[in-house]
Design a protein around this ligand. Structure first.
Ligand code: FDP
Length: 281
């Protein structure tokens, strides 16, 4: 799998250059989930596909920005689902964005994800690799990624980050979040899944949630490109991930662009979610 991690590093160096100097405007296209694509989304997607196409061990890829699976090598062993530039609504205000990669075997299902990588493009570029039951962080220095540290979550954290608008939260979600504030949790939500989850991982723990809402009962975040890669990362870091009633990595996928409500955190916070949600899901 090392050649895949190396390919992601190479793509990330290119994407950083595109973010630095590229046009941050909207394109005229929509992706399969109905989001208007930015020119940067499309440019990043092209970079990744080109680089992955040179790796013989990759059987097929699917991008959050594309409708269908792209076959690459019949004899390849790995399948990759990726979101080339997540959090694109933050690009024009210069907040951090990121790329997310889920590496699967056999088929694109939660049971078959074996590794995950995300890259944060912030004041610094950091890459986090979840593989072989551990989570390792690297930082970009002069076009090369250097190992910085392993990441492990505490049993309980101090941060809460929750998506959508309160107007669309179900009552039990409001109860959960209010309880966390009463218990002293800090609100930390930038609106970018990658930096928000990265912050919780590096600060030892907490909860990131994107619940099912009145306007999006199945949540907003996509299973293959966003939820499963982070679920694996949180589990490998000693935390947990859920859809509100079960382990996120037990969620079934019927279509590559399926979404699911999702919760990622330290074990203590995920237990709180399950307690509050058990009466209501
Ligand atoms: P964005 O729409 O900017 O691409 O993946 C979608 C995402 O961002 C996540 O990065 C982020 O966590 C979430 O949507 C934010 O959604 P809300 O604005 O509804 O909270």
């Amino acid at each position: 799998m090392n050649e895949i991690f190396e390919a992601i590093k190479k793509a990330s160096v290119e994407i950083q250059k595109i973010i630095d100097v590229g046009d941050t405007g909207k394109s005229e296209n929509e992706n399969s989930t109905g989001d208007t694509q930015l020119k940067l989304d499309i440019a990043s997607d092209i970079v990744i596909e080109k680089i992955f196409a040179t790796i013989p061990s990759i059987k097929a890829i699917v991008s959050e920005e594309q409708e269908a699976i792209v076959p690459l090598n019949e004899d390849g062993e790995y399948l990759i689902a990726y979101d080339p530039l997540d959090g694109s609504s933050l690009v024009d205000v210069n907040l951090s964005v990121g790329s997310i990669y889920g590496i699967y075997k056999n088929d694109f299902t939660a049971q078959n994800i074996i590794a995950a990588v995300y890259v944060v493009f912030g004041p610094r570029v950091e890459m986090v690799v979840a593989a072989d039951n551990c989570v390792k962080m690297y930082r970009l220095f002069n076009n090369s990624f250097e190992y910085i540290q392993d990441i492990t979550l505490n049993e309980k954290g101090t941060i809460t980050a929750t998506g959508s608008t309160q107007m669309c939260w179900p009552d039990h979600h409001r109860i959960l979040v209010n309880k966390m504030f009463k218990d002293g949790y800090y609100l930390r939500y930038s609106g970018g899944m990658v930096p928000d989850l990265h912050q919780i991982l590096l600060k030892g723990g907490g909860l990131f949630s994107y619940p099912g809402t009145t306007d999006k009962p199945k949540g907003k975040l996509r299973q293959l490109f966003e939820v499963f890669p982070f679920a694996l990362t949180y589990e490998f870091a000693g935390g947990a991930a859920s859809d509100g009633s079960k382990r996120a990595l037990d969620v079934e996928t019927t279509h590559i662009h399926d979404t699911t409500p999702c919760f990622f955190g330290s074990k203590d916070e995920i237990n709180k979610v399950l307690e509050v949600y058990k009466e209501n899901v």
